[in-house]
Design a protein around this ligand. Structure first.
Ligand SMILES: CC(C)(COP(=O)(O)OP(=O)(O)OC[C@H]1O[C@@H](n2cnc3c(N)ncnc32)[C@H](O)[C@@H]1OP(=O)(O)O)[C@@H](O)C(=O)NCCC(=O)NCCS
Length: 147
């Protein structure tokens, strides 16, 4: 089914919902407090995806030393597989490029095939592995860059 997807910057009112999606998606999820803190960080850019008028996902980036460091890419389970993560990443890259960011990086669990697929489609390539980067369960991270 084609849904009406809107991508927009995160707002205070999204935080509760995002923390719920995180808790259902990650072993070490971000809390409401973590989201609240980033709203006040001037070098953080966070986007949310709305489907049918409800927040169903997010993706974020910190711009440090001219590089875009992407994290917290997540889409609520019933809405996965509809291109929403792809849209979030593309909009994040556009937002970064508009501010002069030319290089973007992220880490992803080596077993996370859907996420790796999304990142490769957006132009990211693997440039190395960070051993035992993740816990619950312990797993290596693939370090990906889009240059
Ligand atoms: C990773 C995640 C954000 C993807 O969100 P999404 O909205 O479903 O992603 P999209 O629909 O844009 O794209 C998913 C792609 O993965 C593909 N895919 C699905 N399962 C796959 C698998 N097992 N192996 C390879 N590709 C797979 C889909 O076919 C689709 O690609 P396509 O558009 O070329 O067909 C979502 O699965 C999620 O929230 N996972 C839990 C949190 C997480 O792991 N986040 C990433 C942390 S780095």
């Amino acid at each position: 089914m084609e849904r009406d997807i809107t991508i927009r910057p995160i707002e205070e009112r999204d935080i509760k919902r995002l923390a719920e999606i995180e808790a259902d998606s990650f072993a070490t999820p971000w809390s409401e407090q973590s989201f609240r803190e980033l709203l006040s960080i001037d070098y953080a850019r966070y986007l949310v995806a709305e489907a049918d008028g409800t927040v169903v996902g997010s993706a974020g980036m910190r711009i440090v030393a001219g590089e875009g460091d992407i994290d917290n890419v997540v889409v609520e389970r019933p809405y996965r597989g509809q291109g929403i993560a792809q849209k979030l990443i593309e909009e994040l890259i556009k937002a970064g490029e508009a501010e002069g960011v030319k290089e973007f990086t992220l880490e992803v669990r080596v077993s996370n095939a859907p996420a790796i697929h999304v990142y490769e489609k957006a132009g990211f390539r693997s440039e190395g592995v960070r051993p035992n980067f993740y816990e619950k369960p312990t797993e290596d991270a693939l370090i990906m860059w889009r240059r």
